[in-house]
Design a binder for this molecule. Structure first.
Ligand SMILES: Cc1ncc(COP(=O)(O)O)c(C=O)c1O
Length: 388
């Protein structure tokens, strides 16, 4: 490692840190209103899915430009319900190799075959041209994750789906209230799934939602969610119990009141990061295509080993000492997960490279401008010290 005479000593080497107290990676607190909303349900005794879940479905669907919303137990169940309504056992389903495991594992759970596609290095989103090359006569669907909260290239996905008659499932677990060309994500594809896991932008503890504009799919998902029941104790199909409960529904509704403002704050923070990181040689920021408004669940940078010495992990250790925690989403592409060893055919190169390069920096609605700027400056300080 070479440090120029002008670089400041890194905290990891005994210098003084940029933050005296570590900046929080996320902000998860419940407000008095959230707690009162949950208490109201507890006091009512109506704990099962009832008016609160119904209201959350209606409001969330409207806010994301979808016709139907169906709450469920979590984002993994949401995917299972979505696949249950769109794919059959034996189908080939295109899915990015660079996403959370559930997007692909629930394809396997549906008895179908995940076909792992590569992603773009600068946006981290599915590479639709690579996906097209992987289409087989058995390919019936494409499942895309709006990863880190940034919408995929929806026009390209929809064009591919039209050309090859594919169903489209979007995993928006990280992308609540993101928009593409001014439209909510519920406007696109056959089904969109969300997670309300505690750390998500809309976090209810556990929880999820499926949205669709297709009345038949909505009906099928409604049945699958509750044991295929069409009338009391009349089961038209095999299904599950993937229902939400009204305590969760009430917390979701209460938090939804603040989600738009909080998402806009994440966007302001992201814009501050862009401005700083664009001036730091050796660290790349995510590229956001024209017309997209991400939800910024995560802000993911890339370490360039051609410019900086050491490894991504050493860079993150130095940032941690400066008071900036980081996280790696994800340390492995899905094609190297043991769970998929029987279905993997190759290791898409960009996904394989990204696992050693990416790191996520703190982003949330409670970050002040000053904190955001200091996070950027800590990245600059470490990069300056590690530039070869
Ligand atoms: C992209 C993605 N898909 C699906 C899920 C699964 O959601 P849940 O944890 O609510 O089951 C997650 C959650 O981490 C996710 O990030």
């Amino acid at each position: 490692m070479t440090s120029s005479a002008t670089t400041q000593p890194l905290a990891i080497d005994g210098g003084s840190p940029v933050f005296k107290k570590t900046v929080p990676f996320m902000s998860l607190g419940l407000t008095r209103e959230d707690i009162a909303a949950a208490n109201e349900v507890l006091e009512s005794g109506m704990l099962r899915a009832a008016s609160k879940c119904a209201a959350l479905e209606e409001r969330f669907a409207a806010q994301t430009d979808a016709a139907h919303g169906l709450t469920c137990a979590n984002g993994t169940c949401a995917l299972q319900l979505a696949y249950g309504a769109t794919i059959k056992p034996g189908d080939d389903v295109l899915v990015p190799a660079w996403t959370y495991i559930a997007t692909a594992s629930m394809i396997v759970a549906a008895g179908a075959n995940p076909v792992f596609c590569d992603v773009h290095e600068d946006t981290y989103q599915i590479d639709v041209a690579d996906a097209e090359k992987r289409i087989t006569p058995k390919t019936t669907a494409i499942a895309c994750t709006h990863l880190y909260g940034t919408p995929v290239d929806i026009d390209a996905v929809q064009a591919l789906a039209k050309k090859h008659n594919l169903k489209v499932i979007y995993d928006a677990a990280q992308a609540h209230l993101a928009t593409s060309k001014g439209k909510g994500l519920g406007a696109f594809g056959d089904v969109v799934t969300y997670s309300f896991y505690a750390t998500k932008n809309l976090g209810t503890g556990e929880g999820g939602m499926v949205t669709t504009n297709d009345d038949e799919i909505a009906k099928t998902i409604g049945m699958l969610r509750s044991h295929g029941e069409t009338d009391k104790y009349l089961h038209e199909s095999i299904g599950f119990n993937y229902r939400m409960n009204d305590i969760t529904g009430a917390i979701g509704l209460s938090k939804l009141d603040r989600l738009e403002d909080q998402t806009n704050r994440r966007r302001e923070v992201a814009n501050r990061f862009h401005a700083i990181i664009d001036t730091i040689d050796g660290i790349e920021r995510p590229t956001i295509a024209e017309g997209l408004e991400p939800a910024w669940h995560l802000y993911t940078c890339r370490f360039d080993p051609g410019v900086l010495s050491g490894t991504r992990d050493e860079f993150c250790a130095a940032l941690k000492a400066e008071g900036v925690p980081t996280a790696v989403h994800y340390p492995k592409p899905l094609t190297t997960q043991p769970a998929f060893k029987d279905v993997v055919t190759d290791h898409p190169p960009v996904s394989t490279m990204l696992c050693e390069r990416v790191f996520c920096i703190p982003i949330h609605h409670d970050l002040s401008d000053e904190q955001a700027d200091k996070i950027g400056e800590a990245i600059r300080k470490v990069a300056d010290a590690k530039r070869t």
